[in-house]
Design a protein around this ligand. Structure first.
Ligand code: ATP
Length: 193
């Protein structure tokens, strides 16, 4: 079974592509959603986060994402601590999920794979790209937010130009090239790895 990292910058359309992949019958693991779930509920993570940041890091409903985001943005040390704490558990969870799939190829959707080096843990990567202006417009519409907010979130991500040389296959999601044929071609390439 090929394990493929599915990635792309904010608003590139990776979740949109993930939806098409699922409709085509390919299993997709949603890393960001799973890591949120783990942070909300895992007793070990809870204990370690409270130990470092205090009880304010959780609300009655789960992790206090606003507080965590502020802490992470203010300190690279905090960001690394949280990543190193969560990553092994998400990885284990993904491996367990893979063991339950019956498909020659599965996808792991994650916003930042190249930036963290995590792409090396996959058999290959599928990168979704789109022009910056279109990505900003999509996110503004989807999240009802301002251009400035989107640009702020983009700052921590690499540009497409930096990512393309590292990707195994690339899908251009600019509304011009049909997606299903691009996906089919990419899957052939990824299966042959
Ligand atoms: P994020 O990193 O913020 O999660 P993403 O890369 O997962 O972003 P999506 O949520 O898939 O991006 O796409 C952004 C928005 O653009 C969504 O509302 C999505 O429905 C829309 N979109 C993406 N691609 C297309 C497309 N080809 N046709 C129509 N709408 C699209």
């Amino acid at each position: 079974m090929k394990r493929i990292g599915l990635t792309g910058g904010i608003g590139s359309g990776k979740s949109y592509i993930a939806g098409i992949l699922e409709k085509m019958g390919y299993p997709v693991y949603y890393s960001d959603k799973e890591s949120k779930q783990i942070m909300d509920t895992h007793p070990f993570i809870r204990e370690k986060l409270i130990e470092r940041f205090g009880h304010k890091i959780y609300t009655g409903q789960g992790l206090n994402r606003k507080v965590l985001a502020e802490l992470i943005f203010s300190s690279e040390e905090h960001r690394l601590f949280v990543n190193e704490l969560i990553h092994p558990l998400v990885r284990k969870n993904f491996e367990y999920w893979c063991s339950e799939q019956r498909s020659p190829i599965v996808f792991n959707e994650a916003a930042i794979l190249f930036e963290t080096g995590a792409y090396q843990q996959f058999d290959g990567t599928l990168l979704v790209v789109a022009p910056l202006a279109l990505r900003i417009e999509r996110v503004m519409q989807r999240d009802r937010c301002r251009q400035k907010d989107v640009e702020e979130r983009m700052k921590s991500q690499w540009s497409d130009v930096q990512k393309i040389p590292l990707a195994t296959a690339v899908i251009t999601n600019n509304g011009e090239f049909p997606l299903v044929s691009q996906i089919e071609r990419s899957i052939q390439k990824l299966l042959s790895l």
